[in-house]
Design a protein around this ligand. Structure first.
Ligand SMILES: NC(=O)c1ccc[n+]([C@@H]2O[C@H](COP(=O)([O-])OP(=O)(O)OC[C@H]3O[C@@H](n4cnc5c(N)ncnc54)[C@H](OP(=O)(O)O)[C@@H]3O)[C@@H](O)[C@H]2O)c1
Length: 321
């Protein structure tokens, strides 16, 4: 299959490209810079020039492919396209800059998927989009069949999930892959490296309350296999959970970080954690376990890579500053 991959140069996307090429697919990767295009060609893929704010580039990329995996995402205000930043600054949306930014990137994601989906209408071609287990209800083990919770920490992902469901009813073989808050492995730039960085700078590794609240996790190499299987075999409108470990107590994460950095491990109240970790404080306080039992049954996906705590214990790369 010739697959258009957005976010093909990112932490997960670059591994998706290798996974697809290794399975005999051809890859057309979205590149928004010369360096990105060169990296894709060096990896054995073709580069397609464009960006999330250039919707026509997404349409032409999708039109040239037999299927699409959408992983591009704007993660930082400073990296956001000018149009998104202006929308955040000038909009009358409620909340501070951070709240408005999160809403704006959710909307940018939905618009990108709408542009891609438009081209695929009635084709039965696969479109795999990315969401998060964090978009589901907190405090209990959640399953693939559950709809998202508008009050969840990743509720900004829900408009894209809703659009994927609507596209499935219009002849697009959409699948939503919900990832856990931590996808770990070589080159990780996500939340765990930030927790480590803050613990190093402040010389203390903190968890919130009793630290029994849970985070789910998956190794990057397991996650990318799931993206390939969802592309190849996903059912229209399906939701899959890329979860290898359903619920790791956050205290255990803080403990391994403290041990590796040789800094004290302490409990903090929610307000203390918000000061200590910034925007990560409320996220690290969330209890968000997710099950992948249905995904494993429906796609025959079985994670085989080391778990998060083992990866942190064994890996030097997380702890080299
Ligand atoms: N990593 C995790 O732990 C984790 C956990 C849960 C969910 N996720 C989700 O998984 C997806 C992939 O994450 P990741 O960790 O691979 O992210 P990443 O390493 O930050 O990569 C983001 C990708 O998006 C591209 N991108 C950003 N802004 C763009 C724009 N305006 N136009 C076009 N491309 C743009 C980047 O291109 P450049 O290379 O040019 O910057 C890069 O290829 C995202 O939806 C993310 O939120 C990740």
């Amino acid at each position: 299959m010739r697959v258009f991959v957005t976010g093909a140069t990112g932490f997960i996307g670059s591994a998706v490209v290798r996974e697809l090429l290794g399975a005999g697919h051809q890859v057309l990767g979205l590149a928004r810079s010369l360096a990105a295009a060169q990296a894709l060609v060096a990896a054995g893929a073709e580069a397609h020039t464009g960006s999330l704010d250039d919707l026509e580039s997404l349409r032409t990329g999708a039109a040239a492919a037999d299927g699409v995996i959408h992983l591009a995402y704007i993660h930082a205000f400073s990296h956001a396209p000018l149009a998104t930043r202006l929308r955040v600054l000038l909009s009358g949306w409620p909340g501070g800059i951070a709240t408005r930014f999160i809403a704006a990137i959710g909307e940018a994601d939905r618009r990108a998927v709408a542009a891609i989906g438009d081209v695929l209408l009635g084709s039965d071609r696969p479109l795999v989009v990315t969401s998060g287990v964090g978009a589901l209800a907190a405090g209990r083990l959640t399953s693939e069949d559950e709809a998202g919770d508008p009050h969840s920490v990743a509720a900004h992902r829900l408009p894209t999930e809703a659009l994927a469901a609507a596209l499935a009813a219009q002849g697009v073989r959409t699948a939503v892959v919900r990832l856990p808050p931590t996808v770990h492995g070589d080159g990780d730039t996500g939340f765990v490296p930030r927790l480590i960085d803050i613990a190093r700078k402040k010389a203390v590794s903190a968890y919130v309350g009793d630290g029994h609240n849970r985070w789910s996790a998956v190794h990057r190499l397991d996650a990318v296999r799931l993206f390939r299987l969802a592309l190849e075999r996903g059912e229209a409108g399906a939701r899959y959970h890329g979860v290898a470990e359903p619920g790791i107590p956050t205290k255990a994460i803080a403990e391994v970080i403290g041990r590796r950095l040789r800094v004290p491990v302490v409990s903090q109240s929610r307000p203390e954690a918000a000061r200590h970790y910034g925007f990560l404080g409320p996220l690290f306080a969330t209890d968000n376990p997710g099950s992948s039992a249905l995904t494993q049954e429906r796609l025959g996906w079985h994670p085989t890579q080391p778990g998060l705590l083992a990866d942190l214990e064994q890996s030097a790369r997380y702890f080299t500053s």
